[in-house]
Unconditional design. Structure first.
Length: 321
């Protein structure tokens, strides 16, 4: 075997599509709800509820992740987390993932192995498995994931159910990933806590079904920023939402990082995306379940305000802007 052939054996081109698929699925156990896993024309999953919740996200190298900031294992976990948080935001339980991977032929197989390990780790933490997908050649590494979920007899919690008089509550972290992005953008790799939050979010998966059971009237995951994502709720529900800064948790670690960078930690909490936390509306403060924190209220009108005033500056991330 010549040196070129030896090098090919360590790339996706050398291993080939089916060899690559085998590397992704080998050695992993599917959850009980997987009737037929990878290896056939399509997977088969149990759907006890009779309805399927489905969502898709696409992550592109150097747009949604950078390998000089994150390793492949962390990218794999993040790719899964951003999808499964959408499932949780509907009040559903994750059941399965379909993974599409487009990559250059000279991509080392070790990168695929680490991506796969991260995907499986995050999926299994939420009770789901990787049940199928596709792999193709491309000039840039792109990951597309379709996540599936089961409502367990609940009505889906949409963005359009908020009503005047509701309270707004949050489960999960806010501002941590934005702080980590600011740190990485300055060329630093610490504090580890905020950098890790940017590399791998920690969605509160069980909080979605918990909120649905508690009577949440609307819900969305915070992927673009608290104000931006509440804007989707306000528009869909035809209401106004007011966030009260005195109710927001601004952790001391974020205050310290912001002080070092000359930034405003409340801005990260209000507008930072990628923490994949959940924000929901409830009929009353008494209906808010344990683990959720009230941060605002719903009224008639339209739009999102902070302490009764329009927020000065961007409300969060927007593509193509």
């Amino acid at each position: 075997m010549g040196p070129d052939q030896a090098e090919d054996a360590n790339t996706v081109a050398g291993v080939g599509e089916f060899g690559l698929i085998h590397r992704v699925i080998a050695g992993h156990e599917q959850p009980a709800g997987t009737v037929l896993g990878p290896g056939d024309d399509a997977a088969v999953l149990d759907a006890p509820d009779g309805r399927i919740v489905a969502t898709t996200d696409v992550l592109v190298e150097n747009v949604h992740f950078r390998f000089d900031w994150s390793n492949a294992h962390q990218v794999g976990r993040k790719a899964v987390a951003v999808n499964l948080s959408d499932i949780a935001a509907m009040g559903a339980r994750p059941t399965g993932l379909l993974v599409g991977l487009a990559c250059p032929p000279d991509l080392p197989t070790s990168v695929v192995d680490e991506l796969s390990a991260g995907m499986w780790e995050e999926a299994q933490s939420a009770g789901a498995g990787v049940v199928g997908g596709d792999m193709v050649s491309a000039t840039a590494l792109t990951i597309s994931i379709t996540a599936l979920g089961d409502l367990g007899g609940r009505a889906p919690v949409t963005r359009s159910g908020a009503r005047p008089g509701d309270v707004v509550a949050v489960a999960g972290r806010l501002g941590w990933a934005a702080a980590g992005l600011a740190v990485l953008g300055r060329g630093f790799r610490s504090p580890v806590a905020v950098v890790s939050a940017q590399r791998v979010p920690e969605p509160p998966y069980t909080a979605g079904p918990q909120a649905a059971d508690a009577g949440a009237t609307s819900m969305v995951d915070v992927s673009d920023g608290l104000l931006a994502d509440l804007g989707h709720v306000a528009e869909s529900s035809e209401v106004s939402v007011d966030v009260r800064t005195e109710l927001l948790d601004v952790p001391q670690r974020l205050v310290e990082v912001a002080s070092a960078l000359g930034a405003d930690p409340r801005h990260w909490v209000l507008t930072g995306g990628e923490d994949q936390s959940l924000v929901a509306t409830f009929p009353s403060a008494q209906a808010v379940p344990e683990g959720w924190t009230v941060v605002g209220s719903v009224a008639g009108g339209k739009g999102v305000t902070v302490d009764g005033e329009e927020y000065a500056g961007d409300a969060g991330w927007q593509h193509w802007r």
